[in-house]
Design a protein around this ligand. Structure first.
Ligand code: PLP
Length: 421
């Protein structure tokens, strides 16, 4: 590349960045207002429960009388406005946490009604929506019906008609996940829960809260949800938690999930915590801030990438209720170059080149930039997606806004040098 081409690119990058920063600054103020509200709630809860360094000492073996774990769960319940919580390193992922909720509550001949369209990919095996899920809900004679969103909203009238005496659980996925649908606001979730409960007080209202925690100033349990589940390698772990999941909600449902996690009759009473407690407390304390940083990163990425002609979903100034940012590249090479440049600007494995490759459960090749401290962590900056039109990558997370900014600017520079934007 000629020296003057380099200068032209540098100038273009710096103009774009200045404009993007100017545009998004008012949105940052709104994000920080939510952060402050959430941070206050978390801090007050730590104080109320007198969290002390003795609570960081975990247990071994059965983990009886683990008062650090009991305090952590009391703090979680408090922060989420719930009666009870189950927060454990033994919960291996978000999918596992959701599985505990489903198998804890549902019994043979019960029906699960998913009212936000087809659930997140990994749950299809759990529910038995695709063949091969051995030990799925379907295997136990538990049926599932899916009701699609209508214009991005829960079709409340249809849901209320669809519920029968067999419907034990109604499930809502707050985040868009990796589907082409908007995430749902807490206000809309509140409205749906109220309308459903008014007509059908017997159902258990479950929320898959993955990617949604601390994006707004309330959680689904604050607006009537009976049971909520999520992953600690997403928002509420703030990047500090190496593994774990949580459930919060009504005591009777949380207890049932706990019976499923350990064993019937043992429930919440067992579960050694080893070295897990300190990062879990610390992660929860940092989660409002880290989530805000990741949100700022998503706003910046969408603003600046829209400026060079890519399509961002949600748009930079759309209201956000989760962390997922899709970017549509409309071109295979452009998407690959972008993901590779994000990996090259990661703190871990920056020297490794991600390439498109086959993945179980996907028909198309997938590329994944994931230079994270914790394997698969998506509160850390990642970019991935299947290589098929419209060439959409999911860009999310970021432990600090500045890291996301540096990584996106580097990716943009690479795209310009390769004349892909
Ligand atoms: C990530 C996610 C899950 C599953 O979480 P894993 O930790 O990957 O198993 C479920 N639902 C939604 C909406 C998610 O974003």
């Amino acid at each position: 590349m000629m020296i003057n081409e380099k200068i032209v690119i540098e100038q273009r990058l710096s103009d774009l960045m200045e404009k993007a920063m100017r545009d998004i600054l008012p949105l940052f103020q709104r994000i920080e207002a939510v952060e402050e509200e959430n941070q206050r709630r978390v801090l007050e809860s730590f104080r109320r429960h007198k969290v002390s360094d003795a609570h960081f000492q975990g247990t071994t073996g059965y983990g009886y009388d683990d008062f650090g774990r009991e305090t952590l769960e009391a703090v979680y319940a408090d922060v989420f406005g719930a009666e009870s919580a189950l927060v454990r390193p033994q919960i291996m992922s978000g999918t596992h946490a959701i599985t505990l909720a489903l198998f804890g509550v549902l019994r043979p001949d019960d029906e699960l009604l998913y009212i936000t369209g087809r659930p997140y990919d990994t749950l299809e095996g759990v529910i038995g929506l695709r063949p091969g899920g051995d030990g799925s809900l379907a295997d136990f004679g538990i049926t599932c019906r899916v009701i699609e969103l209508e214009d991005g909203k829960i079709d409340i009238a249809r849901v209320n008609q669809a519920i029968t005496s067999q419907t034990k659980m109604v499930a809502i996925q707050r985040s868009r996940g990796y589907a082409c649908r908007p995430s749902l606001s807490i206000n809309h979730i509140k409205e749906a829960i109220k309308a459903i409960k008014d007509d059908h007080p017997h159902v258990c209202l479950f929320i898959d809260n993955c990617y949604g925690e601390f994006v707004e100033d309330r959680e689904p349990t604050h607006v009537g949800a009976d049971l909520v589940a999520g992953s600690l390698i997403k928002n509420p772990g703030a990047g500090l938690v190496p593994s774990g999941g949580y459930l919060v909600g009504r005591k009777k449902w949380v207890d049932k999930a706990a019976e499923r996690l350990s064993a019937p009759g043992l429930g919440k009473e067992v579960g050694p915590t080893g070295d897990a407690l300190k990062p879990m407390f610390q992660g929860l304390f940092l989660a409002p801030h880290t989530t805000a940083e990741a949100l700022k990163g998503a706003v910046f990425a969408s603003r600046i990438l829209e400026e060079v002609g890519l399509l961002a979903e949600p748009k930079w100034n759309d209201p956000r209720t989760d962390l997922v940012q899709s970017i549509i590249f409309h071109d295979r090479e452009r998407m690959i170059a972008f993901c590779q440049a994000i990996q090259a600007t990661s703190p871990v494995n920056a020297h490794v080149l991600p390439v498109p490759s086959p993945m179980p459960g996907y028909d198309d090749e997938v590329i994944m930039a994931s230079g994270t401290f914790v394997q698969g962590s998506s509160i850390e900056l990642t970019a991935d997606g299947p290589l098929r039109p419209p060439y959409m990558a999911f860009v999310q997370g970021g432990l600090t806004f500045i890291h996301v900014k540096l990584a996106v600017m580097n990716a943009l520079k690479v795209l310009m040098e390769k004349q892909l934007v």
